[in-house]
Design a protein around this ligand. Sequence first.
Ligand SMILES: Nc1ncnc2c1ncn2[C@@H]1O[C@H](COP(=O)(O)OP(=O)(O)O)[C@@H](O)[C@H]1O
Ligand SMILES: [Mg+2]
Length: 450
Amino acid sequence: MFKKTSTTSGYRDPEVLVGLDLGTSKVTVVVAERDGPTGEAQIIGMGQAPSHGIRKGLIVNLDQSVRSLRQAIVDAENMVGLDLSDATVSFSGGDVKSVRTKGMISLGRAPRTVMQFDIERVIEAAQANVAVPNNQMILHTIPVEYSLDGNSGIDDPLGMTGMRLDIDLESVIVPTATVQNVYNCVEKAGLAVNGFVIKPLASALGVLTPEESMAGAAVVDIGGGTCGVAVFSGDRPKHLAVVSVGGDHITNDVASVLKMPLNKAEEIKKEVDLMPCDEDLDGASPDFEYMGRNYSYSMRELTDIVQCRVEELFSTLVGNEIAMSGVTMLPAGLVITGGGAKSAGIDQYLSGVMNIPVRVSLPLDSNRMPPGRNGPEFTCAAGIIRYALEQERDPFRYLEQSLDQLKNSGIVSGGKAQRSGDQSEERDREPLFGGKNITQYLKDLLKELF
Ligand SMILES: Nc1ncnc2c1ncn2[C@@H]1O[C@H](COP(=O)(O)OP(=O)(O)O)[C@@H](O)[C@H]1O
Ligand SMILES: [Mg+2]
């Protein structure tokens, strides 16, 4: 079933899905194989490498990030024995905004059936109300809810009858330069870009059960330099955001307050229990020697530093984003994932801070992921595969800017670099919506139907 690397150079295997998670701490390449009859995919490999040249989710050094990426790609290729050619890429970055707009169209004077064309029109009407600054672009357009003749809560109006169609649309806006840098980095590392998914969306898809996403839940992926926040309700993302604070800020706090080197601060931070008992705190005053110097610290002080930052992060930054979603009830509570979720006692601690139920989550697919690479820090990567499958099943769920649109508008260029030893020709990619923009795709679909 697997094609050996040596014999498949340049071959794009339609049975294989690849995701790429560009994190601040590490770059992960996830490889999944389709499971034909179920329409699902099984993760067969995870490659990773420490991130260099990426800060707060943004590429700050292209050469370094390309090197990290290549290392992660090779790691994944070695694990699965395949040559990888293309990937769906997940990234974050400080300036990610998600805005909600409304659109309305009339279906005529008498009630009639809603057609695909009407859905396209109402999406366009709502899109026209999105103000996109010059140097930014819409990455995702997500229909959140439709209403027909004032009846809200309609999931998919196609084929239903009415006179007036309304839509609530969520648009994820990112700086154009961020997309360009990510695109160039991935192509230089030798993979073609199939599409993009913003990190908080991938992470949410990686952990939320269908019940949670229907009932209402917020997912926070605590990464190194950023936290991804996603609020879901009614099985739809209501708000997606990236907060430019992550686990590394806790490390920095520890290092600066306790005056110790960053690598040691990172080590001792991981020992902190956010729900400690008094004996743990009062007795212990650990010390260590490093590069000829002695360091000692009190557990109480260390715990205070970590608690302080976690509380501030959630009660202000994350709390604001949840409030902006407009979702007031989160019956399924808060789901915490990402490397930062590995802090002991964080669920109980945050449950007190936020006053809602909190659970720490591994990826939904963790028991089918490679051992040692199935922890919460791999949630986003696993979520990319779920996103790619979801996109195939229902291309209208998270309307994505097609790569051809990006190319036509000059945002990205074609042509991927060849890795050494890779004699492949440029492969035929199948762009989203058959290479057309969304509008053209819908129009052609309509012609075919009638
Ligand atoms: N056991 C742990 N306890 C607390 N924090 C941890 C632990 N393990 C990893 N982290 C933190 O998780 C962050 C990295 O998370 P990860 O999801 O891998 O980041 P990214 O997606 O940005 O690459 C780092 O700040 C790291 O210090
Ligand atoms: Mg992560």
